[in-house]
Design a protein around this ligand. Structure first.
Ligand code: HEC
Length: 467
């Protein structure tokens, strides 16, 4: 029974509309191109043209039926939908008409006369139907979104405001929140397609809310439907965005939370809101404020080849990080016969400023060695999974102030390490699979480092619990 309850056959088939609809378009255009060739070059393509028209028209019928099913899904702008629907149906009818006329045009005089007019007509219908179909799928701004200002002016679209990325003058709604909605939500919540009767395009529509009323409660994200939807478990059927679209990043989610908690402003600058260092970090992540990432800001000189050779001689593999020959990625492969020891790490430390990635997966690391890893001050990524690390060893990692990615899975560490992780304030990803850290402790980490994604193997921490 539940199968039927959860299945909506109309919606299921309807979604194939966008896939099928390109077939009739292709065949009809092919027929028109052939007609041009016949006209210009006098080649005989009569049969091919009839087939193309018949196939085009037949697929047109299928596309129309699927389209009507899709429309029953609801949430589309009625005017755009009706224009699209009727021009689509008309295109199909005219394609059949052309098919019949194409057989007669060489023998009947009046058919020969009107034939080019009908060809022109079907092209117009096809373009109009296609255009409104595009608007329904992508929103009416889609076509000219990236057009130069002059072309936008001709198309009658208001000029886009250049996004301000300077921290002091950026506006919280226009330059941050609106940008996020446009990127992740508005394919479905725009003027032509308002799923759940919700538009997220301007102050009026956002404050108005959707079919179930308000979606933002100024000053309280936790009571806001919009915030609830984006923090559900991604598998939940009410999770937004739906249909497997790219979800919001943790930073984007937290910025929306901040914007709601700070009163849902549509005209204030970000600096007029309570701007903590953490929020500044998140803003940087969406392109506001200091552009440079930590790595980009490092101004290092290249490591002498002799030093690199001496490090390689100890069994380390060294690569330069994409396009930045000054940044090094170091790996100590598991097949090395010699265990890692203090002497080897001392050699490695000769290039310590330049090392930003380190991979010691599966290599046992004693405590005296981990203190040396702690000296790699510019490290942003560290893999020390299955390295027999203890809680004591983890303490040394707190010196790594720029660490963004840390994989410590498969180590015998426990809740006592929570405090150490909490000190790694730049952390974005933390792998804690197969450790003795309890879920409660993970939530503690999440509380102090809300931007972090904790990966536990079986299941990422439930999204609602994570904020
Ligand atoms: C792929 C299409 C799609 C995308 C992308 C999408 N939504 Fe939705 N949204 C829907 C559909 C369909 C509904 C109605 C069904 C429902 O309520 O779950 C809906 C409903 C909602 C509702 C509930 C409205 C109400 O009053 O019931 C909210 C809030 C919402 N979306 C927010 C968002 C946000 C925020 C984003 C971006 C992070 C987003 N949506 C992205 C399709 C989408």
């Amino acid at each position: 029974m539940t199968f039927f309850l959860e299945t909506n056959i109309y919606q299921f088939f309807g979604r194939f509309h966008a896939l099928i609809v390109h077939l009739p378009i292709g065949f009809i255009i092919l027929a028109v191109i052939f007609e041009c060739l016949v006209w210009k070059k006098k080649i005989d393509l009569k049969l091919a043209i009839s087939y193309a028209l018949l196939i085009g028209a037949s697929f047109g019928v299928i596309a129309v039926v699927l389209g009507l099913m899709l429309a029953s899904d609801g949430g589309y702008n009625i005017d755009t939908l009706s224009l699209h629907k009727w021009t689509g149906i008309a295109t199909t009818i005219v394609a059949f008409l052309l098919f019949f006329l194409s057989k007669k045009k060489d023998t009947v005089v009046w058919v020969k006369k009107i034939y080019p007019v009908i060809i022109a007509l079907i092209m117009i219908l096809l373009s109009v139907a296609g255009h409104y179909g595009g608007n329904l799928t992508h929103g009416s701004n889609y076509l000219f979104e990236h057009a130069p200002a002059s072309i936008r002016a001709i198309a009658g679209i208001k000029p886009v405001r250049e996004r301000v990325t300077n921290l002091d003058s950026a506006l919280v709604y226009e330059d941050v929140i609106h940008v996020i909605f446009e990127k992740k939500c508005n394919v479905c919540h725009n003027n032509d397609k308002a799923k759940g009767d919700l538009l997220l395009v301007d102050s009026e529509s956002i404050l108005k809310g959707g079919e179930n009323g308000k979606v933002v409660i100024a000053g309280d994200a936790s009571k806001s439907e919009l915030y609830r939807r984006i923090t559900l478990d991604p598998h939940h059927k009410e999770f937004m965005p739906t249909e497997g679209r790219t979800p919001l990043t943790n930073e984007e989610t937290l910025l929306i939370k901040w914007w709601i908690d700070e009163g849902v402003s549509f005209d204030k600058k970000v600096v007029e809101l309570n701007l903590t260092d953490r929020i500044k970090d998140y803003l940087q992540d969406v392109g506001i404020g200091l552009k440079k990432s930590f790595i980009e800001s490092l101004n290092l000189s290249e490591v002498d080849n002799k030093i690199l050779d001496s490090i390689r001689a100890e069994g380390f593999k060294i690569k330069t990080v994409t396009n930045r020959s000054t940044l090094l990625e170091v790996n100590y492969p598991i097949y090395n016969k010699e265990p890692l020891n203090e002497g080897k790490l001392d050699v490695l430390l000769r290039a310590k400023e330049n090392i930003t990635w380190l991979n010691f997966s599966g290599i046992p690391i004693q405590e005296n060695l981990i203190s040396k890893i702690g000296q790699l001050e510019n490290l942003t990524e560290l893999r020390v999974n299955n390295s027999k690390l203890t809680n004591e060893a983890i303490k040394y990692l707190t010196q790594l102030k720029h660490l963004e990615y840390l994989n410590v899975y498969g180590n015998p560490i426990s809740n006592a390490s929570v405090e150490s992780f909490q000190k790694l304030t730049k952390l974005k990803k933390l792998y804690l699979w197969k450790t003795n850290i309890s879920e409660e402790s993970m939530l503690k980490i999440k509380d102090s480092l809300p931007q972090v994604t904790i990966i536990t193997g079986e299941q990422n921490l439930n999204k609602t619990d994570r904020f």
